[in-house]
Design a protein around this ligand. Sequence first.
Ligand code: SF4
Length: 428
Amino acid sequence: MKNLSIVDKKIRIQGHGIRITPELKTRIAEEGYYPIALTWLSDDVTGPFSFTGYGETSPFELHHVDGGYAVFENGEFFTEATFYKKPRFFDRQHTAKGLQRAPDNTVFIDEGMSGVITPCGTALNREDSDLFKVTKGKFPYVTVACYNGLVIWPAWGCLYTKNHTQCKFCCIPGEYNEHKLLHTDTDYWHNLGETFAAAVEEIGPEIGQVSLTVDSGTLPGRDKGARVYVQVLDTIKQRLGYLPDLLYRRAVIEPPLEFEWLQRLADAGFTDIQMDADVYDAAERRHVMPNAKGHRSIDDYIRAFRKAKEIFPGEVATQLIAGIQSDENLLKGVEHFASEGVPTLVTPFLPFGHGRAWRATGEVDVPTPERMKRIYGRCAEILTKYNVPAPQFRGGVSSLAETMGRRMRRVRALTNELDLQRDLVAAV
Ligand code: SF4
């Protein structure tokens, strides 16, 4: 165990999550960190790990040692760990319409990845009937995700959840519905522009090392939400007077039914696009995604990829999720997409939101580290064979890019002063 590489350690932790006591969580927050599943295992490897241990006993636990933090496995040191600092722009929070609560300081979310990907979660709290358990109905307009990424969620509803045909693995907790689409809230747009401007100012000269991802559930309409994504970049452009030159500006979206929407996304300033197939085999798609997405053929995705590759200057990528389909089919998909020049972000199934309920049925489980390592190894071989680089966007969860040697260092502007001081001392 002692000779594991840092990437192997990331893969091992990924299947379990990290436990953390409430006391330590408080301490981390007081020290100015943003501990929402954004654990840095070294200067250039990170991944979102749930602090709840995915609701079960995890062998991994966070400890405070020697003035810093470390992950222990069954009581033995496993790896050092640290977090992004909590940026000032996080204090600019959206408050759900009608909630009648004023925004205040950032609410720390302890639901792990669910907190990052769905920073606006609502779920009934059985103990006190508070509807807004996850974020108290507030969340940052702009979230920091892994690898120096700014993420904007212009909506937290999903058409399929509203129709009760959500994907079985969906990480968004229940009770999401169309009423919570943010683009219907005029305040949202104004404040989003203000918050993005604050983020650009706070990050300063390092802004070029930072990426932007716009993501949401599938929105109603044949554009699948592209109209709203365009509005996000238009809002930023209007507020700043320009679109910042970021590492990339990525739209994560179901392929619009009319490809003219791909052109409109590119024209708005998106450089990269990710259209997640999630499941490859047609029968498995229909079983896992009992909705319009599950009934879309892979050929439809291939057509969209080809069109997108003509239009976008950056990366056209997709995602497949391990653990919810056969490994054989997943690898067939990776190969098919790679033959089109499209990298696949291979991500392990993690039991959040609806996925938690699905796992409880016993039909699926979180893939073991050994299984993920095998899959990553095969995927790396396939991408190399087709001369396709590892996906730039890692969603935090995937270790494929790190398996292929890709690294990215945390920018100083998002690093806690305590870590900067520690680095200085280490350098002397
Ligand atoms: S995983 Fe499926 S149900 Fe969940 S947000 Fe995405 S498209 Fe909607």
